[in-house]
Design a protein around this ligand. Structure first.
Ligand SMILES: [Zn+2]
Length: 378
C-alpha cells in the first residue's frame, strides 16, 4: 500500500518524502528533549537553549535516519534495483524499493549497509564530541547523536524479519542453503520471537512506571509481530500458487450484457442471479468493462431506468490487464498494488475473462484440498 507523503526533493535521483506523522514525532522529540532529557544533564541552560537544542537534536536525528536509508537505497541502486522513494515517518524511515532483490548477495548488502551507516555516524559524532568538548551545546548534541545512532544501528541489526538484521539473516541462510523459501520462513519466525521480546520488555517498562518508553517499545513489538506474520503468510501464498497461471484460476462465470442495456432491464428480465455476480459489458463484440452485481443492487431504484450498464461499469481502459499465461503470483501482486476486486484477463489483445480476488481464494482452496488428498491428509 502506498501512502501519500509530502515531497521534500531528491538526493542522487531518489525522491525524499515526509509522512504527516513525521511532524508529530519531531514535535514530540523536541518537547521531551527540551523538557526532560537536556534539563536532566545540564541544569543551568536558558529555556531558549533547551528548546533550540531539542529541536536541532530532533532534526539531526532524522538527518541520521535519512543517511541510514540512503545507505539502503544507494546499495539497491548499485544492484540496479529502482528506489521509488525514501519516506520519513513516525518510526524513522523507509526505503521503498521496486522489487525484492533476486540474488543472495544483493539481499545481504542492501539491508546491511543501513545499520553500518548508523554505526559509522555514531563513531563520527563520538570523535567530533572530543573536538567540541569545551562548548556545552554542540557537545550535548554530539553525545545525543552518538547514543541515538548506536541504538539505531544495533536495534536494526536484531536478527528478526522485518528488521534489517532479519533480512541479513535471511540472505545468509539463503546463500548457504540455496533455499530462499525456508530462509524467509526462518527469519520471519525469528522476527515473531523478537516481536514478543519487545512486547514483553515494553510491558515490563510500563509496569515499572516508564509509561512513554514502555508503550513505545511494546507498540514497535506489535508492528514487528504483524509484519513478520504477514511475511510468513505471503511466502505460503507464493508457494501455493507457484507454477500456476492466471488462466487456471480465472472464473468464467459471468454474464455478457450489451452496453446500451438499462439497469432496470436487468431487473425486469431477471438477469441478476446468485451464480452470475459479475457482468461483462460488450459493445459490438468487444468487451469494454465490467460490473459487480452489488453495485447494481445498490443503485437507487427510481433511477435505474435512466442509466445504462456502460455508464455504471468499470471500464477496462482504466485497469491494468493480466495476460492469461502470466504466473498467478504476478497477478496477486497487481491486486495488492491496486485496491480492486477484479481485473480483465487477455490473450494478446483478446479478452478472455475476469480474474477476481474470489477466484484466487477458490483456486487456493481447491489446490489445498488437492494437496491434502495427495498427502493422504483428511
Ligand atoms: Zn534500515
Amino acid at each position: 500500500m502506498k501512502q501519500k507523503s509530502i515531497p521534500l526533493g531528491t538526493i542522487a535521483g531518489i525522491p525524499i518524502g515526509i509522512d504527516y506523522s513525521w511532524f508529530f514525532i519531531i514535535a514530540f522529540l523536541t518537547w521531551t528533549l527540551a523538557t526532560s532529557y537536556f534539563p536532566h544533564l545540564y541544569r543551568d541552560w536558558s529555556a531558549v537553549e533547551y528548546w533550540m537544542s531539542g529541536f536541532f537534536s530532533a532534526l539531526a536525528l532524522f538527518a541520521s535516519v535519512l543517511l541510514h536509508e540512503l545507505g539502503h537505497s544507494w546499495t539497491a541502486k548499485h544492484f540496479k534495483i529502482k528506489v521509488q522513494e525514501i519516506q520519513l515517518h513516525l518510526f524513522g524511515g523507509l526505503s521503498r524499493i521496486e522489487k525484492e532483490p533476486d540474488t543472495a548477495q544483493a539481499a545481504l548488502l542492501i539491508p546491511l549497509v543501513g545499520p553500518l551507516v548508523s554505526l559509522f555516524l555514531a563513531g563520527l559524532f563520538f570523535l567530533v564530541s572530543f573536538w567540541v568538548k569545551d562548548a556545552e551545546l554542540p557537545f550535548a548534541l554530539c553525545q545525543y547523536l552518538v547514543s541515538m545512532n548506536l541504538i539505531l544501528g544495533l536495534f536494526n541489526l536484531v536478527p528478526g524479519y522485518p528488521l534489517d538484521g532479519g533480512k541479513v539473516l535471511m540472505a545468509t541462510l539463503w546463500f548457504f542453503s540455496k533455499n530462499r523459501r525456508n530462509a524467509v520462513l526462518v527469519s520471519a519466525s525469528f522476527g515473531g520471537f523478537f516481536a514478543y521480546v519487545f512486547i514483553a520488555a515494553g510491558g515490563y517498562l510500563l509496569i515499572n512506571g516508564n509509561l512513554v518508553t514502555g508503550l513505545w517499545v511494546a507498540f514497535i513489538g506489535w508492528i514487528l509481530l504483524n509484519a513478520s506474520g504477514k511475511q510468513i503468510k505471503t511466502e505460503r501464498l507464493k508457494e501455493a500458487v507457484n507454477g500456476h497461471t492466471v488462466a487456471e484460476a480465472m472464473g468464467k462465470n459471468y454474464l455478457l450484457i450489451e452496453s446500451e442495456t438499462k439497469l432496470a432491464t436487468l431487473f425486469e428480465e431477471k438477469l441478476l442471479s446468485a451464480e452470475h455476480r459479475l457482468m461483462v459489458v460488450e459493445k459490438g463484440s468487444e468487451a469494454i468493462g465490467f460490473l459487480d452485481q452489488n453495485l447494481i443492487e445498490k443503485f437507487p431504484q427510481e433511477k435505474r431506468s435512466e442509466i445504462t450498464v456502460e455508464e455504471l461499469m468499470l471500464p477496462f481502459s482504466y485497469l491494468p490487464k493480466l495476460q492469461e499465461d502470466a504466473d498467478l503470483w504476478s497477478a496477486i501482486e497487481v491486486f495488492e498494488q491496486n485496491k480492486i476486486n477484479g481485473l480483465p484477463v487477455m490473450q494478446g489483445d483478446h479478452f478472455q475473462g475476469i480474474l477476481t480476488r474470489g477466484d484466487i481464494a477458490i483456486f487456493l482452496r481447491k489446490s489445498q484440498s488437492r494437496l491434502n488428498r495427495l498427502l493422504g491428509r483428511p
